[in-house]
Design a protein around this ligand. Structure first.
Ligand code: NI
Length: 183
């Protein structure tokens, strides 16, 4: 018997199209490339993890990966997501959205607390997001900023790593590799 896909391909396509439209004007930081590049990388990391760790809610994980920046970066609201993709996806993306009304330093700790109230699939999206973002920092970032970004990655690892041994290993590798940019 064929193994079923860990997620519904038609829901993937619907979320991918929705994200492509919502983020259409947005560029990948520091480039002329579409922002969709970032979303594809996050979804890929999540897919690798759900393939390695069966038993996850694959739909929840991949839909939230594809949609995770819609509320933070576009006019899309959590209510829009609830109507289109259901309450669990809307709640997951809500937790992954930083609260712009808080002082900057409190936004990530607040989001991490809200993510920890969500299913492990949402923790995995945040881990995957930071894994993909631990690449060569954009030119123009000071060493101080790069160090703070690394420090924040350590906080994400510590808060959420328990959700997925696979992604924990992966973020550890990325944090170590990122050290070369911190000096
Ligand atoms: Ni992101």
């Amino acid at each position: 018997m064929l193994t079923p896909s860990p997620f519904d391909q038609d829901r993937w396509v619907a979320a991918w199209r929705f994200a492509a439209a919502a983020h259409a004007p947005q560029r990948f930081p520091g480039t002329d490339l579409p922002y969709l590049l970032h979303l594809g990388m996050v979804a890929m990391e999540v897919k690798a993890a759900i393939a390695a760790e069966p038993g996850r809610n694959g739909d929840l994980a991949v839909l939230c990966a594809l949609l995770h920046d819609t509320v933070e970066d576009t006019p899309v609201t959590q209510d829009d997501l609830a109507v289109r993709f259901g309450p669990a996806v809307a709640a997951g993306v809500g937790a992954l959205t930083k609260n712009a009304e808080l002082p900057k330093a409190e936004r990530m700790p607040d989001s991490l607390r809200r993510i920890r109230d969500q299913p492990h699939e949402i923790w995995m999206v945040k881990l995957a997001d930071r894994i993909t973002n631990l690449q060569t920092p954009p030119t123009g970032w000071s060493v101080d900023k790069v160090r703070r970004y690394r420090h924040e990655a350590v906080a994400i690892r510590d808060a959420l790593g328990a959700a997925s041994p696979f992604l924990l290993t992966r973020i550890e590798l990325k944090i170590t590799a990122y050290e070369e940019h911190c000096r």
